[in-house]
Design a protein around this ligand. Structure first.
Ligand code: TXA
Ligand code: MG
Length: 320
């Protein structure tokens, strides 16, 4: 675990334009000084991330927002009061100080106040906003421990802050705020039901309305993403049979009674709890990916609460 000396060291590296992997309550992020275009360029290079995919800017508290966004409508205030610090990202009109490389040239910027104590301490000590995508190579599984970051990015980062396993386990929910309208761009750690309880209705853009990546309302939400190296197929019913002669693994919320056909079974929550399942999700997929399987079969989740975010990740992980 990180000490306060580690946090001071990381804060200095970031102020000097370095790259630091940081724990958040959702997944680990690959952080850089958000107002330093060269530092941000190193993030894109380290991840192999296409430059049309904008980054989230992290700040420690709402007071830090005034420099970055030009509007903070009443709807955003309500959401901030309920969900910040926490796994919610709000896309808002940006100020000129936010470099184009951060927002991929868009006139909006995505902002999040993370809830992890190490992230909070780092942001306060660094005194600068941090641009941080998930700390994985582009398109691959998101990291939920410091060891995952080390395996995937290793030498590409200047320092890794260890904050233990991530509590939430899936990325933040991304919403675009336009006046009093709230549009869901990515399901995540704050559920649709929780958002609706605060703002009434939430607009959900149709997944097929923007087929080309450049025209996506949220450019990072490409159809293929979060993918393991092993082919992954979605089960269509509870009785999905593994193909004969293939080493098959199963990813499921609760294990079926008969699992004899599977080489490995990853049960995400033996009580069927979606919060527990989300916290285990990426690490379980990673273990399946490392098990030398021919194929991973994944059972979809019930489409409610965190199940929506998990189904979104599974659909993008599935082999097309
Ligand atoms: O939980 C999280 O959000 C993690 C931690 C590290 O904070 N970060 C994360 O970042 O998941 P990333 O880069 O993997 O995902 C950022 C998402 C992408 O889907 C991107 O397209 C969207 O946010 N996004 C960023 N800026 C945007 C903008 N101005 N307009 C629309 N979408 C935006
Ligand atoms: Mg990501």
């Amino acid at each position: 675990m990180s000490t306060s000396a580690d946090i001071s060291h990381a804060a200095q590296l970031l102020r000097d334009g370095g790259l630091v992997a940081i724990p958040t309550e959702t997944v680990y992020g690959l952080a850089a000084h958000a107002l330093d275009p060269l530092a941000v360029a190193r993030v894109f290079a380290a991840k192999g991330r296409p430059n049309f995919d904008p980054l989230i800017v992290h700040v420690p508290e709402r007071e830090a927002l005034a420099d970055l966004v030009s509007e903070f409508p009443a709807t955003a205030v309500k959401l901030a009061e309920q969900f910040w610090p926490g796994p919610l990202t709000m896309v808002l009109p940006k100020r000129d100080i936010v470099p184009d490389i951060v927002t991929a040239g868009l006139s909006s910027v995505a902002i999040r106040i993370p809830d992890h104590p190490v992230a909070q301490a780092l942001l306060k000590e660094a005194g600068i906003p941090l641009a941080a995508p998930s700390a994985n190579p582009f398109g691959r599984l998101s990291p939920t421990t410091a060891a995952h970051v080390r395996e995937q990015l290793g030498d590409a980062v200047d320092f890794i802050l260890d904050g233990g396993p991530c509590r939430v386990g899936v990325e933040s929910t991304v919403v675009q705020i336009t006046g009093d309208q709230v549009q869901l761009l990515r399901p995540g750690g704050v559920t649709l039901e929780e958002l609706e309880a605060v703002v009434g209705s939430v607009v959900i853009p149709s997944a097929n309305a923007h087929p080309s990546s450049a025209a996506q309302p949220s450019p990072g939400t490409l159809p293929q993403h979060y993918a393991p190296g092993t082919p992954l197929i979605l089960a269509t019913g509870d009785d999905q049979a593994p193909a004969s002669g293939k080493r098959t693994g199963l990813l499921c919320l609760t294990a079926p009674s008969n699992t004899i056909a599977y080489v490995v079974v990853e049960e995400l929550s033996n009580t069927g709890n979606l919060t527990e399942a989300a916290a285990n999700f990426f690490a379980a997929l990673r273990r399946l990916d490392a098990a030398g399987l021919d194929v991973i079969i994944a059972q979809p989740f019930r489409d409610t609460g965190l199940g929506r975010a998990l189904n979104d990740r599974l659909t993008r992980a599935a082999t097309k």
